[in-house]
Design a protein around this ligand. Sequence first.
Ligand SMILES: *Cc1c(COP(=O)(O)O)cnc(C)c1O
Length: 366
Amino acid sequence: MMQVPFLDLKAAYDELAPQTEPEMLESLRSGWYILGPQVAQFEQQFAAYCEADHAIGVANGLDALRLALVALDIGAGDKVLVPSNTYIATWLAVSQCGAIPVPVEPDPATHNITAEGIQQAMQTGVKAVIAVHLYGQPADMTAICATAEALGIRVIEDAAQAHGARWKGKRIGAMGDVACWSFYPGKNLGALGDGGALTTNCPDLADQLRLLRNYGSREKYKNDVPGFNSRLDPVQACFLSVKLQVLDDWNTRRAQIAERYLQDLQDTDLILPHIAQDAQSAWHLFVVRHKERSRFAADLESAGIQTLVHYPIPPHAQAAYASLGLADADLPIASELAQQVISLPIGPHLSQEQVSHVIEAARRYS
Ligand SMILES: *Cc1c(COP(=O)(O)O)cnc(C)c1O
């Protein structure tokens, strides 16, 4: 029987190996292992790709979010608006700098945070909002930035799932104050281990972030601020520079699979993703909803198709956030989505036959 793995990172590695392996070997043999020219080169390329003025490479996506908050002077006692249905890293970054996450319910159609949701959740003490471009689809940055400006709060983009996405034709990466990226292997622009970055058009913020990622130091053994150790590795930067060149092509492959799913799964019991008029998704995930999710997942598994759930337990219901005292009834949209969402395989290395197999099985079992 045909097998459809959720994600095939080995195939991705193999396709790029002829270009990446010589570059990575050169980096390993260079004798230079922290920051340096490869990281600087990737930062330039990634900033240009994101249509942003500056990119700063860091150790992972969670650190990118944490450094963004610290650089914007958000700390103990402050509040930060976050989506109620995001990956927990968005919330953890807020907690880790001593601030309090305040959940905002998403639009159930796009699963994204909205300007109206922000307005409703706004309270005294809120200094910023983290807008997550969930599953690869950009949130409505036009409305969110306008609302944030009116409310006097900063905008951080959590772009960990949306490398290459566009809002109104423009790449995401510099629409808010700062955007945060993850290069975790499974992301659209994934590395061979952990990695992350921030992009921004603000030169002062970029400068501050460069300080913060490197012990608060511009000059060795001179520390201007109490910084972190969070730097992108040169070997990862080498790999990412090559991968960045194929990212648009690989995102197109994802979009073509999404197109087929959207077309061929219309008349089923599945609720399909809704992409906003002005959004061009990076299609990190293809998330559908089904009322009998576990039965549907088991049936697909019996057909050799691997699915995942993003995410089965929303942050407010995690033991890690029990102290906030939030009940499912307080966040009904996030709670219902968590019960029903299921992600079908989508990736640049899925064959047409595998996609057909998923469609056939999903039609049969939905
Ligand atoms: C992956 C992810 C992160 C965290 O990235 P890491 O590199 O794993 O730390 C943050 N936010 C979202 C929405 C993510 O999907």
